[in-house]
Design a protein around this ligand. Structure first.
Ligand SMILES: [Zn+2]
Ligand SMILES: [Zn+2]
Length: 169
């Protein structure tokens, strides 16, 4: 995703719109089993505020993940609002150098920026459905697909000791 702000950068109050659909499959999302299923979509509007370029819009990614409970493959639609300040390096203040996205040419790549935002917006855990019953902790059967007869009743060891003491087990 390459943006060209040659004109916008010189026009305080100006607005530019960008729309992308780009293949991100070569990027590593840093999580095992997590990949892009289709091109990432980004629609951004960039305003020249005089101090910086204020970029905002929406980013959408179609991911393939594995469920944290049953380990089956699942699709996950990620969609979030993007908002950031892009600053031309020679004009950046100390603070902007630390907190904003800095560019030094009229035309620059925003792939890394978009990828970073995708990673930040990933859920803590992928679950295929709120009803997912997960795997049996004893035999590993996917309980969404099959029943097993394992005893998965978890006994509190303190209660077990008490039951023994009372001669109940
Ligand atoms: Zn699941
Ligand atoms: Zn089982």
């Amino acid at each position: 995703m390459k943006v060209n702000v040659a004109q916008l950068r010189r026009e305080v109050g100006g607005i530019a719109a960008f729309e992308f659909r780009e293949d991100f499959s070569s990027f590593d999302l840093g999580l095992e089993g997590l990949t892009f299923q289709s091109p990432v979509y980004a629609k951004l509007q960039v305003n020249n505020t005089g101090k910086s370029l204020f970029a905002h819009g929406v980013i959408e990614a179609d991911l393939k993940a594995s469920c944290g409970r049953c380990l089956e493959n699942m699709s996950y639609q990620l969609k979030f609002d993007y908002e950031d300040e892009w600053v031309f390096e020679p004009q950046a203040t100390e603070e902007q150098l630390e907190t904003s996205f800095i560019f030094d040419k009229d035309e620059f790549e925003i792939d890394e920026l978009v990828l970073e935002q995708i990673v930040v917006n990933l859920p803590m855990k992928f679950i295929c459905s709120p009803e997912c019953r997960g795997l049996c902790p004893v035999c590993g059967t996917n309980k969404n697909l099959n029943q097993c007869n394992c005893d998965t009743h978890v006994v509190d060891p303190r209660l077990a000791a008490l039951a023994k003491f009372k001669g109940l087990s």
